[in-house]
Design a binder for this molecule. Structure first.
Ligand code: ATP
Ligand code: MG
Length: 326
């Protein structure tokens, strides 16, 4: 049976790196690609950044590969995450041999709560002087994340996971999050250690090898995983997955990179590794592994795009990855 993959290049370098990743997927499997529009360009044309048809496709496909959207990013990616009912954002941050990194020993995976926290809260302007924000934390969402985290570390033979929080100050909300996550892990016999999120920021910079898998509330996961991106040498390398109960959406962590869009020099690695995560999600573990190995080998020996100090094009790098897959 041919599996269907929805492909949404979006804007900017999304239109360059997504086709690169699709050519890699074509090389390792028999997939049917359904391309859909989203972002600034389609909004300019139709008035809608996320056409209903695109939403429906993402909401019914097993897997979607997304590039990036420009000004309309919030109108595109937030509903797309809802379309797949994504409760966890998986963000690996791994340094690669041969790539300049502040901390070359970094190999982390953030499991970020993807539905609540301050991003789901209500912001209100109460007076000329006062604005407030309500933060949403439920036991059910925290438990769902924890179950996923337990499966994740069991499947990959990690010793356990860390829980980053600030429950010493936000006792009600982060306290609920921490209690729910730790209690699920205890029931499952999965080891956890707790780390205050501010202390985590310092400790991970000083020695990232102290951590493997880090479970975080929404905002903390957003900020701390970007911090880790700095440790491993840049945005062009970081993949991500938005996982829901029945389907998932994969995207590079970077945006549209307007400063280099259209020049054909964007680094396709983040999107190609996102495609490897997609393969593994669909059960093609060997193919996913092969794609990761090919990317790793190209990052080690070149060719490299300008963001990594080289002068190769997106196409050169994609070609090299395809060659090493053979
Ligand atoms: P957006 O608003 O869409 O996020 P941005 O201006 O924040 O756009 P990003 O895509 O987040 O741009 O990128 C930030 C910087 O990192 C830019 O200088 C961009 O060129 C660089 N960058 C991001 N992704 C890549 C990539 N895949 N290859 C090379 N450089 C990249
Ligand atoms: Mg950006």
């Amino acid at each position: 049976m041919t599996e269907e993959i929805v492909v949404i290049p979006g804007d900017g370098i999304g239109r360059e790196v997504v086709p690169a990743a699709v050519s890699v997927l074509e090389a390792v499997g028999d997939f049917e690609f359904v391309e859909a529009d989203a972002g600034d360009a389609v909004e300019a044309e139709t008035g809608e950044a996320l056409p209903a048809e695109t939403y429906e496709l993402a909401a019914s496909a097993d897997a979607t590969l997304f590039g990036a959207a420009g000004e309309t990013a919030a109108d595109v990616i937030l509903p797309l995450r809802t379309a797949v009912d994504s409760f966890v954002n998986v963000r690996p941050a791994k340094a690669y041999p041969g790539v300049d990194a502040l901390r070359p020993e970094t190999d982390l995976v953030f499991l970020r709560e993807n539905t609540e926290g301050v991003y789901a809260g209500h912001e209100d302007r109460l007076s000329e002087d006062l604005s407030t924000l309500t933060r949403v934390v439920t036991t059910s969402a925290s438990e769902r994340l924890a179950e996923f985290a337990c499966d994740y570390v069991e499947d990959r033979a990690y010793d356990g996971f860390s829980v980053a929080h600030k429950a010493n100050v936000m006792r009600e909300t982060d306290g609920r999050f921490r209690d729910a996550v730790v209690s699920v892990a205890d029931d499952r016999g999965v080891e956890t250690d707790e780390v205050l999120m501010d202390a985590f920021a310092t400790r991970v910079c000083l020695d990232p090898t102290q951590f493997d898998v880090v479970v975080c509330p929404n905002l903390a996961g957003d900020v701390l995983s970007d911090l880790a991106a700095g440790l491993v040498g840049g945005l062009g390398l970081l993949p991500s997955a938005n996982i829901g109960p029945d389907r998932a959406l994969f995207e590079p962590v970077h945006g549209t990179a307007p400063d280099i869009a259209g020049e054909g020099v964007a680094n396709p690695s983040a999107t190609i590794v996102s495609a490897a995560m997609l393969l593994e999600y669909l059960g093609y573990d060997d193919e996913g592994r092969a794609v990761r190995d090919a990317v790793e080998s190209v990052l080690a020996d070149g060719p490299r795009t300008p963001d990594l100090g080289g002068d190769a094009s997106t196409e050169d790098v994609t070609h090299a990855v395809l060659e090493r897959l053979d």
